[in-house]
Design a protein around this ligand. Structure first.
Ligand code: NAD
Length: 467
């Protein structure tokens, strides 16, 4: 047997090629050969209303600025004046199409092709159901909703009303992650036997979002596995390739970010804290030091909800807002670490870990063990080791991440997601969508079943209980 001494790099087509044929994202169908009627429909831009002009809504709407011939933002709804006026200005939206609440859109005759629903987790179901009934195609942020029943209702309503639904499982549009499935389907590792997948959330990212921020408290948003890791369970479910999950078990808890871990002498707010210097979670380090260095993107941009971030507004936000609080004195209750074990039809097993306390931020690591080889991915590169030849090959995929999407755009996947949705709406061809209703509903149900296992300390036999 030849020893591991040869490495081959297989490249995806270069960027200009991807741009020439933007819809060809590696689906089984080749969208370069669209019918004339489809091409005609794709010639006019898709009109979109953004519901929730926060971090995600604004990011996705950049597509209109980059591709004005393909998409226009013609409406916005957000109770925050600053947020809706910012989007209105960016896209020159007529006053009549600016709303303080999504219900304003429902009261009007349908006036756009599609809506982007980017409201907080607990405010997905009602606008999704109401706007599907009005006939809008829907790009819906994850999680679809916070109960399995509500997720089912969204899917049912979209199907009944003949509207397309794309759930923002952005990783499904990441070219490297997509390549994993392409390699598996080509038989590169034989029959998959075990999937190991890690989501390292990142120590300051976790403190920002899940201790001080929007996803810290289950009653206000959702449990961590749904809020953070529905992406990962969806990927595992996707890699399992249509095999049904039979059993799931899960363990996890909130560690460290608890009142009893508060260092002696710590103050309630980092700006007043005498021991702040020795704390890696200090808000001064996470936000103020960044803005002093001129970094005003995420996470700094999130903490000034009614103004642009600068030293004054960030200091004020840390003095009075939620992001200046001591991480040991917050009302957080979501898990910092959770494991999920799954058994699929045919004996395929999967083990997933989510961990808060990591250096890497969301740079997932995956190893898939198959009967003929082993595939591993660090988020940038895939390595396949072939048991027969003893050779390893490396695979990459070109990622197109235009400026405005950039680093905050999940390495270009946000852009690809919007592009797929816009292509689907423009052409009337739902096969552009990778994260459509039925498959996403199944993976969301798996998340609810895993969480029930954790809460009830039992193995859940999938599809047999109330979820
Ligand atoms: N796909 C991903 O990878 C990803 C990443 C981050 C967040 N998310 C999800 O995206 C959603 C939005 O997150 P975000 O970070 O943009 O939050 P955000 O708080 O920045 O934005 C939410 C916006 O919705 C607005 N809103 C609240 N009630 C509304 C109403 N009744 N009508 C219209 N707008 C309303 C808020 O004012 C706010 O501007 C959440 O569900 C979140 O879990 C997804």
């Amino acid at each position: 047997m030849q020893l591991l001494d040869v490495e081959e790099i297989e490249e995806e087509p270069p960027e200009e090629c991807a741009q020439m044929h933007p819809p060809n994202l590696g689906f089984t169908e080749d969208h370069r050969w669209l019918s004339m009627a489809q091409k005609d429909r794709m010639a006019s831009p898709v009109d979109v209303i953004v519901v929730g002009a926060g971090n995600r809504g604004e990011t996705y709407s950049h597509f209109a600025s980059l591709q004005p011939q393909r998409m226009r933002v013609i409406g916005v709804a957000d109770p925050r004046k600053f947020a809706r006026e910012k989007l209105q200005k960016q896209h020159r939206i007529a006053d009549v199409n600016v709303f303080a609440d999504w219900r304003g859109i429902v009261q009007r005759e349908k006036f756009a092709d599609a809506v982007f629903i980017c409201t907080p987790d607990r405010q997905h179901k009602n606008p999704a159901v109401a706007l599907a009934k009005k006939g809008y195609h829907i790009l819906l942020e994850k999680p679809m909703a916070v109960t399995a029943e509500d997720c089912t209702e969204i899917v049912r309503t979209c199907i009944q009303n003949g509207v397309m639904l794309t759930v923002c499982h952005v990783l499904r549009y990441d070219p490297v992650i997509h390549k994993i499935k392409v390699l598996m389907d080509s038989g590169a590792i034989g029959d998959p036997v075990h999937i190991q997948h890690l989501e390292p959330v990142g120590f300051f990212h976790f403190a920002h979002s899940f201790v001080r921020g929007n996803w810290r408290n289950e009653a206000e948003s959702s449990f961590a596995l749904l809020a953070k890791s529905c992406h990962d369970i969806d990927l595992i479910h996707h890699w399992a390739g249509g095999r049904r999950c039979l059993k799931v078990s899960s363990f996890g808890s909130l560690s460290h970010f608890r009142k009893e871990k508060r260092p002696p002498g710590a103050a309630d707010r980092c700006l007043d804290c005498p021991v702040e210097e020795s704390c890696p979670y200090s808000a001064r380090k996470i936000y103020l030091d960044r803005v002093k260095q001129g970094c005003v993107g995420w996470p700094v941009s999130v903490i000034c909800s009614s103004s642009l971030p600068d030293i004054e507004s960030v200091t004020e936000a840390l003095k009075s807002g939620p992001y200046g609080r001591c991480v040991y004195q917050c009302d957080n209750d979501v898990c910092t670490n959770q494991v999920v074990n799954m058994e699929f039809e045919g004996g395929l097993t999967a083990a997933f870990s989510m961990v808060a306390f990591t250096e890497e931020i969301c740079k997932r690591r995956t190893t898939i063990y198959g009967s003929k080889g082993e595939l591993s991915c660090d988020g940038h590169e895939i390595r396949v080791f072939d048991f027969l030849t003893g050779r390893a090959t490396k695979h990459t995929a070109e990622t197109y991440a235009p400026g405005a999407f950039g680093m905050g755009g999940h390495g270009g996947a946000d852009y690809q997601l919007v592009e797929a949705f816009i292509s689907a709406v423009a052409s009337g061809d739902a096969s552009f969508i990778r994260s459509g209703p039925e498959e996403t509903l199944l993976s969301h149900k798996l998340v609810f079943e895993a969480e029930r296992s954790r809460l009830e300390s039992k193995v859940v036999f999938c599809g047999t209980d109330q979820d």
